[in-house]
Design a protein around this ligand. Structure first.
Ligand code: ZN
Ligand code: ZN
Length: 215
């Protein structure tokens, strides 16, 4: 039985985050509610964290739940939803497009002009529950745990998209500049596709990790 309110993390700005309570969202038509089991921190979360509070207040975003990289279990579905079902393990896909423009119909809601981004327009995944359109709940295979799942859509997806666009293959050497999480995943994917990789960073610990994941 779900209580009426949930815990969630908000980011007022000025390098602060705060745990607070909000009403548990009720799924409308074609929406699903997901009980979040894992969420990850993205570079853009840090950008919001470092933004001055006055700017966050002016944008009206200081009380929105933070986070756009999450995975969990479907907890409730709204009218008209045929997939997913309650109990399904899912990854939250973070670009919520209008669903009908050319970009959305091509499966690229990240380019949709009307997209609703987490923590910019709507509550994000650093919360006990999040509500998204059913099409934004993607199946999470059983051999991925929720921590892995939370990284799949944004962090890993960004790296995978870059390596696919570069058409990485065995006759290539790719230079990856910046070995943060996305950079290191890029190294992993490029190596898995057979490419040689030149990892570039100013931090020795990251260069060392590049050697570990690039072997
Ligand atoms: Zn992200
Ligand atoms: Zn659209």
């Amino acid at each position: 039985m779900t209580s009426d309110t949930m815990q969630c993390l908000i980011c007022p700005g000025d390098r602060t985050v705060k745990l607070t309570r909000k009403p548990v969202p009720e799924p409308g038509p074609a929406d699903v509610r997901i009980r979040i089991m894992g969420s990850a921190i993205c570079g853009s979360d840090l950008h919001y964290y470092r933004t001055p509070q006055a700017e966050r207040d002016q944008l009206g975003v200081s009380r929105l739940a933070l986070g756009h990289e999450g995975a969990g279990v479907v907890d409730a579905v709204g009218p008209g939803v045929t997939y997913p079902a309650v109990g399904d393990r899912v990854v939250v896909y973070h670009h919520i497009g209008c669903g009908h423009c050319a970009h959305c119909r091509r499966g690229e809601p990240g380019f949709c002009r009307e997209r609703q981004s987490f923590n910019q327009v709507r509550d994000g995944v650093d919360a006990e529950y999040v509500m998204v359109p059913a099409r934004n709940a993607l199946p999470l295979p059983d051999d991925f745990d929720f921590e892995d799942g939370s990284l799949l859509a944004c962090n890993l997806g960004t790296a995978y998209g870059a390596v696919r666009k570069a058409k990485a293959s065995g006759d290539m050497t790719l230079a990856v500049s910046g070995l943060g999480p996305v950079g290191l995943y890029t190294v992993m994917f490029a190596r898995a596709m057979g490419a040689s990789v030149l990892g570039i960073d100013v931090q020795p610990s990251r260069i060392e990790m590049c050697g570990d994941v690039g072997d």
